[in-house]
Design a protein around this ligand. Sequence first.
Ligand SMILES: *Cc1c(COP(=O)(O)O)cnc(C)c1O
Length: 352
Amino acid sequence: MSTDVYSAAQPTTDNGVAVRADLRSDTVTRPTEAMRQAMFDAHLGDDVYGDDPTVNALEATAAERLGKEAALFVSSGTQSNLSALMAHCARGEEVLVGEDYHVFGHEARGASVLAGIALHPIQTHADGTLKLTDVESRIKPDDNHYPITRLLSLENTVSGAVQPQEHLQALVDMARAHGLATHLDGARVANASVASGMSLATAAAPFDSVSVCLSKGLGAPVGSVLCGPIDLVASARRIRKLLGGGTRQAGFLAAAGLYALENNLDRLADDHDNATRLAAGLASAGPLKVTNQTNMVFVTPPEGDQRRLAQHLAADGVVITPSAPTMRLVTHLDVSDDDVAHIVASVRRFYD
Ligand SMILES: *Cc1c(COP(=O)(O)O)cnc(C)c1O
C-alpha cells in the first residue's frame, strides 16, 4: 500500500485489474511496515530448545491477555485446535461440537483421522448457538457401547456472531457438572471481545483452553496461540512436535503475533464499523438482502446474480467469493473507509 515494492507485489483479479480490496476473508491481510520492522528486528533463538526469546514473549503475553497459565505458539488455528483436542482426549474418546463449527467442518476431521477421537456434531442454530439440552442429551453414559464423552468444544465468534457470554457459561457449567473439559475455538474471539466490550480474559474465562488466531483480523501473517493450564499446554507442546509443528527461529513469526496483540486489538472496532457501513450501503445499492455482525457482511442477491456481481466487482479491483445463495464479505485492516465507498458505488452501478 504505502511503498512501491508493496504495490508492485499486489496480485491482480482474473481479468488483470490490480486488486484494491480483497473481502474473501480477514486471513488475506499483509503485514504492515511496522509489523515487518518488528519481525526484522526480532531477537531469535531455537524454539524447540525453548530459547527463542520472542516466541517466549509472545506466549507469555498471550497467556496473560487470555487470563490463562500458559500459551503455545502454533502454525495455524487448525493445528491449535487439533493439538488442544489431542491434549484433552485419548484415542476412543469423544468431543461434542457444533455441526457448523470449524472444528467439525473445516479441519479435515484431523482429530478422528490422526488421533482416533470421535467428533459428535450438535445442531447449530442460525445465531451460532447450541441448545443446552441438545448438548446435554448427547453426553454418553458410562457404558462400553459408547465412546467416553470427554470434551465440549465451542466457538466465538461463529460466522461473525458474538456468542452470548451467559449462554457459553451455562453450557460450560453443564459440561463440567458431567465431568467434561471445555475448549473454545476463539479464532475470532478478539472480535467478540471488542464488539462486546469484554476483555479477552473475560471472554476466555469459562473455558479450560482457548485457541486464538493471530493471522485473521489481528493481521499477523502466520500463527495462532493455544492458551490454557500449564499441564495441558505442556502436553500440547509434545503433540505439536508429533504433528511436525516444532519450529526453530520462529521468533520472526512470533514477533508479528506479538506486534498484533500489542497494536491491532482495539482497531478491530474500525473493521466492525466498516462492516456496518458496507452493509447499510449495499442494502441501499440494489435488490440485496444484507445482514452483518462484527467484521462480516452477508449478502444475498437475486438468484443467479452472484457470479456476475463478483465479476463486475473484480473489474473494479474488488475480490469476493461468489458463493450461493449468500456471499460473505469480510472487512479487515487492508479494507479502508474509501474501499467501502468504492464497493458500494460499484454495486450501485451494477444495479442501475
Ligand atoms: C480460520 C479458523 C480456524 C483455523 O485457522 P487456520 O489458521 O486457517 O487453520 C479455526 N476456527 C475458526 C472459527 C476459524 O475461523
